[in-house]
Write a protein that binds this ligand. Structure first.
Ligand code: SF4
Ligand code: SF4
Length: 491
């Protein structure tokens, strides 16, 4: 995954006067604007000249940048940088769209790279005016998202905005800072109906540097940090690139979208950390591991916000499980989201199901070694469970009591030796996971199972997203470029 860049210039002024904002009605002096312009073009030249600076760039100003034509020219220049895949800016969408785009084109700006983020301020503009701007952008094929602060008193105009825009335009809701009270359940429900990802805003994202994707936030003087909230200085963008020491975040929480969009979390499969412009991307198919991913470590059920997210995602993508659990157990553990699923890869690839095409196939194993293994239950201290489809065995689990799995086996060193000791034939493979040894036909794997479903359903590698957390998931996470490792840094 390439790097997400954020730039904030010296600008601290705006043409709007929102009552809660420190930049409200502050007009930049000619001197301040010139300083901001110079800082912007210094940044752009450095991005052009720095061969390691590749990825996507978003301008996140204090105030409104896009009313100043030098930002239009700057964005055009950035879009010509072949190492940048996408460029964009946050705005209140009050800028003259046609003029802006004409300057952008005059400077040979690449329209397909442009990504805009428009915040609706009901105090300052009407739904009609705002939608007019959005429609102009749409008519020019510009990708953008819109959103508003979740002020309960403004729900009517925000809802009316939602109804006036096509479904393809994502409308986000930011939680209101400084509200001095919690949202009521009905307020949350109202906002969730507008923004299915509002739950992410309300969640506490405990800061964890191990979960951060690759991002850089650069200020006008070149100060560089991991994200807009981070306090750790990563050096100066204009100095010779230096090795960055091990990063540890001193924040308690990644408390705004620009921070939490950098995290390797399941929902990010639609808000891919790269390129993060808050414009959802819907893969054709999404494969999700269960234990440790859909049910986070230390929890016993799927969090409500994932249920909400998957319900929404099911409208756009085909969702599957990819788990080492057998079908019956996976179905029970994922019951809260089962109606949204198209099927799955179970038992580590030994069973594959796709409801749409009534596919339910297994990799059967011989059973002539089972009786001998059953006799060994008391001696070895495991409980043997068999999983079959229509009488055919596709998985065996040797379940040990908590913490009774011999250490040498939990580390996986001696699994083959152990198999020989127990008389398990070479045609089977063993995998140790938590307190279990899983036995399936040799050659089965989650990756093989996912690839097989992709082939049956015609999902391309780039159109498929995979989310997992454990060592067993690594081959499929490595194979599919759109993958999220929610256990990154912990493996
Ligand atoms: S549009 Fe944004 S920057 Fe301008 S006053 Fe309103 S909140 Fe502040
Ligand atoms: S606050 Fe920023 S740097 Fe810290 S963990 Fe969150 S995203 Fe990473």
């Amino acid at each position: 995954m390439k790097r997400q860049w954020f730039y904030r210039g010296a600008l601290k002024s705006c043409n709007y006067s929102c009552s809660y904002c420190p930049f409200s009605t502050k007009r930049g002096s000619t001197h301040e604007l010139e300083e901001d312009r110079q800082a912007l073009f210094r940044f752009i030249s450095r991005m052009d000249g720095l061969h390691s600076a590749e990825g996507a760039l978003q301008i996140i100003p204090y105030g409104e940048a896009l009313i100043h034509p030098y930002y239009w020219e700057g964005l055009a220049q950035l879009s010509r940088n072949p190492r940048l895949d996408a460029v964009g800016a946050q705005s209140n969408f009050s800028f003259p769209v046609k003029e802006m785009l004409s300057v952008y084109r005059q400077h040979s700006g690449n329209i397909s790279k442009l990504r805009l983020w428009g915040t609706f301020h009901p105090e300052m503009t009407t739904v009609e005016q705002f939608v007019r701007q959005c429609n102009l952008l749409l008519s020019q094929d510009i990708s953008y998202c819109v959103g508003a602060v979740g002020i309960p008193e403004q729900i009517h105009s925000i809802r009316s905005l939602r109804q006036s825009l096509p479904d393809s335009v994502y409308l986000w809701i930011n939680k209101m800072d400084g509200m001095k009270r919690a949202y009521t359940p009905s307020e949350i429900e109202n906002f969730l109906q507008i923004d299915p990802y509002f739950g992410m805003e309300l969640s506490h994202h405990r800061a964890d540097a191990a979960l951060c994707a690759d991002s850089r936030f650069v200020e006008s003087d070149g100060t560089m940090r991991q994200c807009n909230l981070s306090r750790q200085n990563l050096g100066n963008f204009y100095d010779k690139p230096a090795t960055v020491p091990d990063y540890s975040c001193a924040r308690k929480e990644c408390s705004c979208y620009l921070a939490y969009c950098n995290r390797m979390e399941p929902e990010m499969v639609c808000f891919f950390p790269y390129p993060a412009f808050r414009i959802p991307v819907y893969p054709k198919a999404v494969f999700i591991d269960v234990d440790g991913t859909l049910i986070p470590e230390g929890e016993t059920q799927i969090p409500k916000r994932y249920v909400h997210w998957l319900r929404h995602l099911a409208g756009y993508s085909d969702i599957y499980l990819a788990t080492s659990l057998p079908y019956e157990t996976a179905r029970k553990r994922a019951s809260a989201v089962w109606p949204f699923l198209c099927g799955g890869v179970f038992a580590n690839g030994a069973r594959r199901m796709v409801r749409k095409i009534s596919l339910d196939e297994i990799e059967p194993m011989d059973t002539n070694w089972l009786a001998q293994l059953l006799e060994k239950e008391p001696q070895y201290g495991f409980r043997l469970r068999q999983y079959k489809k229509e009488g055919m065995l596709y998985k065996v689990t040797l379940a040990y009591q908590r913490n009774r799995l011999p250490e040498k086996l939990s580390k996986g060193y001696l699994l083959d030796e152990f198999a020989r000791e127990l008389g398990i034939p070479d045609t089977c493979q063993l995998l140790s996971e938590q307190n279990c040894i899983q036995i399936t036909k040799r050659g089965t794997s989650k990756l093989a199972g996912v690839k097989s479903i992709c082939q049956s359903m015609g999902y391309g590698r780039q159109e498929t997203a995979v989310i997992g957390n454990s060592e067993n998931d690594i081959p499929m996470l490595d194979y599919f470029p759109n993958s999220i490792n929610v256990g990154a840094g912990k493996l």
